[in-house]
Ligand binder design. Structure first.
Ligand SMILES: NC(=O)c1ccc[n+]([C@@H]2O[C@H](COP(=O)([O-])OP(=O)(O)OC[C@H]3O[C@@H](n4cnc5c(N)ncnc54)[C@H](O)[C@@H]3O)[C@@H](O)[C@H]2O)c1
Ligand SMILES: O=c1ccn([C@@H]2O[C@H](COP(=O)(O)OP(=O)(O)O[C@H]3O[C@H](CO)[C@H](O)[C@H](O)[C@H]3O)[C@@H](O)[C@H]2O)c(=O)[nH]1
Length: 330
């Protein structure tokens, strides 16, 4: 394992997951340089190194960041992430999520940089045929968002084979939680994810939460997901980064825990942690929601030494609540 401090260009590092990875990089002595257009990220979440304001679709913006900071590796988090909006604005999603990576890879090649960690998603699997999902399961995404992420994975494989790119495509399941010290957390606007929406409702903000679908073929009728703490994701990113300095070629790897929780189980956990009821109404199914998603974690454990420490729902929710509660005045 290479222990020398690294400069890492963190594209999308002002966003939720990227900011937590920056904090983890700095904590072990690496130097994160955030490159972000602040379209959904936050200037106040960039705390552990410089911020380069730029757009990943702009070669000029990227070239100037590479020449100023000469990063040893790149981590790419920037994307449009709202599945529903992707169905209405597919061209924007292909432009940002795929076009952005083409421009980034061209800039990396020009700068002589061949190491990339990429944010992929369990949404590339679509509606699973078998659970838990191993990396070998067919990837048949059912959303524009999932198809853009799959297209990038395919492009990375080609560029790795043909041009020697070293990469790790990390397929996150449901990222959740916040830095345990409450310093940074999840601040999407609009927020579509279950845990922050349930916490908002518990705090008496934003009205009653919508529970999407109670007629699934699951024990309580609600969807089952594999929630993984953002700080555990950070550990996996550090391991994936180190691996790029040791191993040639590409890696595609699930990041989840293998444990599934239903929407109702999450609401119960939110009520336990906050001591408040979660006012909610049952609504029809949300289009594109798979019934169950669960990661097989064998590869992550073997290749990245992935051993989640904070990914039980109680800890995830307690950490998220510690971040949100003071900001919401509760
Ligand atoms: N949140 C999850 O549960 C989850 C699950 C699976 C995969 N992912 C992937 O992880 C990544 C990060 O997700 P997140 O929840 O932190 O999202 P986020 O929206 O909080 O962060 C994305 C960041 O990228 C920046 N950005 C977007 N387009 C850009 C562009 N053209 N140029 C420069 N910067 C740009 C935004 O300003 C923002 O800071 C995304 O690629 C997402 O698809 C997230
Ligand atoms: O207000 C809400 C929000 C969510 N849900 C339900 O809670 C479960 C989890 O939903 P999330 O939106 O929190 O997470 P998803 O599983 O839909 O999303 C994950 O997978 C997506 C692709 O499918 C993207 O990758 C996304 O970034 C990632 O968090 C789903 O059954 C959803 O219907 C609700 O009932 N009410």
């Amino acid at each position: 394992m290479s222990k020398a401090a690294k400069t890492v260009l963190v594209v999308g590092g002002a966003g939720y997951i990227g900011a937590h990875i920056c904090k983890a990089l700095a904590a072990r002595g690496d130097r994160p340089v955030v490159f972000d257009n602040l379209s959904s990220g936050h200037r106040h979440a960039v705390k552990w190194g410089p911020l380069v304001e730029g757009d990943v679709r702009s070669r000029a913006d990227l070239d100037s960041a590479f020449s100023q900071y000469a990063p040893d590796a790149v981590m790419h988090f920037a994307a449009f992430i709202e599945v529903g909006i992707g169905e209405q604005r597919p061209l924007d999603f292909w432009d940002n999520n795929v076009g952005g990576v083409i421009t980034l890879l061209q800039a990396m090649k020009c700068a002589g940089n061949d190491k990339l960690v990429f944010s992929s998603t369990c949404a590339t699997y679509g509606e699973p045929e078998r659970l838990p999902l191993t990396e070998a399961e067919p990837q048949t995404p059912v959303s524009v968002y999932g198809r853009t992420k799959l297209a990038v994975e395919q492009m990375l494989r080609d560029v790795s084979r043909g041009e020697g790119l070293r990469y790790a495509a990390l397929r996150y399941f449901n990222a959740a939680g916040a830095s345990p010290d409450g310093e940074i957390g999840e601040e999407h606007d609009p927020e579509t994810h279950l845990i922050p929406n349930a916490l908002r409702a518990a705090a008496g903000l934003g009205g009653r939460m919508k529970l999407f679908g109670e007629d699934y073929d699951t024990p309580d009728g609600t969807c089952i997901r594999d929630y993984v703490h953002v700080m555990d994701l950070a550990d996996a990113h550090l391991a994936a980064l180190d691996r790029l300095f040791e191993v040639e070629g590409g890696l595609a790897c699930n990041l989840g825990t293998g444990n599934g929780f239903s929407v109702r189980e999450i609401l119960d956990a939110v009520e336990t942690v906050t001591g408040q009821r979660v006012p909610h109404d049952v609504h029809p199914r949300r289009p594109g929601d798979a019934e169950r998603l669960l990661a097989d974690t064998t590869l992550a454990r073997e290749v990245l030494g992935f051993a989640p420490q904070r990914s039980d729902p109680q800890t995830i929710i307690a950490d998220a609540w510690r971040f949100h509660a003071p900001r919401w005045g509760v």
